[in-house]
Structures are given as C-alpha cells and as structure tokens.
Write a protein that binds this ligand. Sequence first.
Ligand code: HEM
Length: 513
Amino acid sequence: MIELFLLLIFTLVLCRFLQIWLKHRFNPIPSYPFNIRKDKNAEDLAKSLEKGELPKIFRPEFFPFSSVLISNFYVITDFQFMKDAFSRKELSNRITSEKSKIDAGRNNKFYKLDKIALEVLGPDDQLIKNGEQRLVGLSDGLYDDLHKKFRNMWYETSKNLAGRNKIMEIIQTSSESVNKMLFERGSGEKGMNPKSVFVNGTMNVITGFAFGTVFEPNNPTFKMLEEQLIIIFDDIVPILLKKSISGKLPLWISQSSIYQKIWKKKMDEHYAAMAKIYRFVFENVVKHRATLDPSNPRDYLDMMLIEADSEPRIGWDSIGGTALIIYAAASDTLANHLTWLCSLLSDHSEVQERMHAEIVSCLESEGEIKKEKCPFTRSVLLENMRLNPVADIIPHQASEDVLVDGLLIKKGSTLYASLTAMMADPVSFPDPSKFIPDRFYKNGEFLNDMRVCSFSIGLRNCIGKQIAVEEYFIFATNIIREFRLIRTAGNMDIAEHVSMRMPKLTKVRFEKR
Ligand code: HEM
C-alpha cells in the first residue's frame, strides 16, 4: 500500500517537472544568459549585440535553470518592442499583489514605521485617519486613476514652480554649491571622486522641489539623509527581489519565521534607514500643515497633503514611500551620470576645450548659458548618457494578457528593459563602444535621438526627466565653464554592482580656469 502511495507521489512530481520542462522547451520566448552584475552584464550584452545574436525579448538565465524556475520574467532589449509594450496601460504597473501588500504591512509593523507615523503626526492627522495603504505611492502600485493623480500633482508642482522661476533658481543655487565643493575638495594634486558632491547637489534640488527647502552642504539633517540613502541604494536589489518573490509565494511560506529570517539582515539595515527618512518626512508634514494654504501649494508635499484630505487612498505610508522613492530616484542616477561625464572628459581635453569655447561664446552673446546656443555641448552630454547608462527599467508587471509584436505576455508577467542593451545596439548607434562627441551634432545643430532612452519611455517613464535634463545641463556647463578636468586616478571601468552602472574608481582634479 505504502509503495503504491509513494509511486503515486513520484509520478505526480515527475509529471509536474515534465509539464514545466515542456512549457519551458516550447516557449516562443527564448531563454538567454543575463548577468545580474552590471559590469559583466554590460560586457556580455556588448558581445552578443556585436555578433547580432541578442534576442529582442528573452527569459533570463541568471543562474542555471532560472528561466524554468522563474518562468514569466522577461528582459526586453529592443527599443521598438519596449516602446510598444510600455505604451500599454496593462504593462505600466509596478510589481504589486495582495501577497506583497501583506508582506509590506508586516514590515511596517515589525519595524515600527506605523508607530513613528503616529508619534510624529498625531492621531488627528488626516494621513493617520486614512491609514496604512501598503504599496501605494508615486512609484508603487498599478497604473490606475490614483497613480495618474500622483503624476498630475507632480506636473502641477513643476508648473507652479516653473511659473515662479523657482526650479531654475533651486538648480542654479545647487550648482553653485556643487562648484564650490568641487573647488574646495577636488582642486588639489590628488583630485577627487566627485560622486558624493553630485549626490549632495542632486539631493538638494529634490529637497527644494518636494519640501521647499534648500540645505547648506554641511547641514546635519542633510548629511543624515545622504547616509541613509546610500544604505537604501546598496540594498535595493535584495529588497526588490524579496518584494517580487514574496508576491508569488503562498502566504504560509512568505510569512513564516524561517523565510523572514533569510532576509532579516538586509531588511534590518534597510528599514532602519527607512525609519529615519520617514521621520524626517513626517516632521516636514507637521511643519507644512502649520502654514498650508490650500489655494497656493508651495511644493510637492503641499500638493499631496491637499489631495490626501479628500482622497482616503493616500495614507501615511504613501507619503513616506513617495518621498523615499523620489530621493532614491533623483539623486544617485544623475550623480552617476555626472561622475561618468567628468571621468570621460578628463580623458578628452580637446572636447572640454570645444565645449568651453561654445559655453563662453554663448555667455558673451546672451549673458547666460542657453541650451539652444550650445548644440555641441548637448551632443556630448547625450553621448555620455548613451555610452554610460546608469539605470535600467524598474520592473513592470502585466495586469492583463497582452499581445506585443505577436508575442503573448501573460497576466502577472514581469518585464524588465535593458536600457544598456538598447543604447549599445550597433544598428541604432554605429561603433557603439566608441565615444563620438559629434554623434548628435550635425551642421551646427543638436539632433536629439529618442533611442537614447535613459529615462525609459511610455506611461510609466521617469517623471523627473524634465528636472533631470535641466539639472544635467546646468551642473555640467557650470563645471566646464569654471574648471579644467584632469584625471588623477582610475579609468572608465565599471564597478561591481547589481543595481547601478557606475564607475569603479575615478579621480579627477578640478583645476580652476
Ligand atoms: C539622469 C537621471 C535619471 C535617470 C537616468 C532616471 C531613470 C529612471 C528610470 C529608468 C525610471 C524607470 C521608468 C520605468 O520603469 O519605465 C525612473 C523612474 C522614476 N524617476 Fe527617474 N531618472 C533620473 C532622474 C530622476 C529625477 C531627477 C527624479 C526626480 C526629480 C526622478 C524621479 C523618478 C520617479 C519618481 C520615478 C518613478 C516613476 C513611476 O513609477 O511612475 N528621476 N527614472
């Protein structure tokens, strides 16, 4: 009897394996190796592109048989495919499921984020009354009416601040402080890695936009934020992985103490950093409420607080999570682009001189640095973004079955687009591994190319794109105008990292002109 029972179990397990294998074997979307480490990933993709053998969409083999185990995770490497896919609302969701929400709720409680909210905001605050919403915010959740509200509030804030010329003022002030720090810390013989200065500058811009404050570089609160963000960034991949896996496992596994213990170390670090950032955000909520004028919102936080008064789906964790993601998205990305730019230009003094001549001539004729008068400089900046991409797409999740380019993407699938592959494609960009400063400069004009898609594309693209483009131009032109960049250490090698493509070691001397 027992033998029969065991035979039955064995047959069932075998049938299940056979079923998975057949599904894998005859899946119309091929599997293909994909290294999670950014340095190796860039190298491998470049080789495959050169040989013309990289599939435009595939199931990644992160490790042997990973595409069998994680069967509905896809990597897109083709620009047109990504454009078609991400113009669909069904493919513009962040990873979200009831199970991942339950896990988020557990973490909020376990790491006492709910207590911090209550302690700082008090029981009568509307955000506390609206309660915990779990994975609802600017960069979380479905592409639905609420997400559109978050995006519209962003555009309204930009319009308001732009109307008062405030954004440019914030960026200019931060740029001046960046140049001051580069001179103080990086004009000596040894030079410096300018990344931390750029993180400081980019964080300042976003603090101005979201909270209406521009900090002095050595402000202790500002330093605390910077330190916590570094921790958040270093842990981002395991955290996203946990979110994704917990959303798929049965609750009795994902909520078990053994499963939680596996992630504990990373979670402890991450949530300790989150708790400090949330406290800063809630203290700002209290300050903002004290002087809030609903007819005249001053910044993004004001906008969200006004909306939350009539929108019960915006709770304390929606505001905390949104602030956190804005900081994370706005600081390291652009800081890395600027670091790559300084590293690249320090190997090309002739390009620096051409940019400098264009900038100075514009200043003499126009009294200020205008984008339309600096076509060569813009070409170099775009070429740096193409050659040295820093981020890929934050994974998107399918909320329905969708056909893209004849391929069925099933409900629940996860899509990740490799911007690194798209911007190294020799069909779009001949000689892709070469730095060609004139690539986007023809007959004295700057020619934009949407295939340089660092900010992604479609309904869920980078909402900070306009701010980032302005910041990138203003920070870069002010640096080139004031300094000669000389390499003192390192090269253009990529660091071992799993979420960001950043320079391994680079030191540049910022010599005052
Ligand atoms: C050069 C700098 C930047 C790069 C390369 C970059 C890139 C990206 C990418 C690739 C995404 C994912 C889009 C997708 O999933 O389809 C994204 C999302 C996002 N970015 Fe940026 N970004 C930059 C700067 C900024 C800045 C300065 C801000 C804020 C001022 C910002 C705010 C955001 C936010 C809030 C999201 C999430 C949007 C959503 O889920 O709807 N980013 N960014």
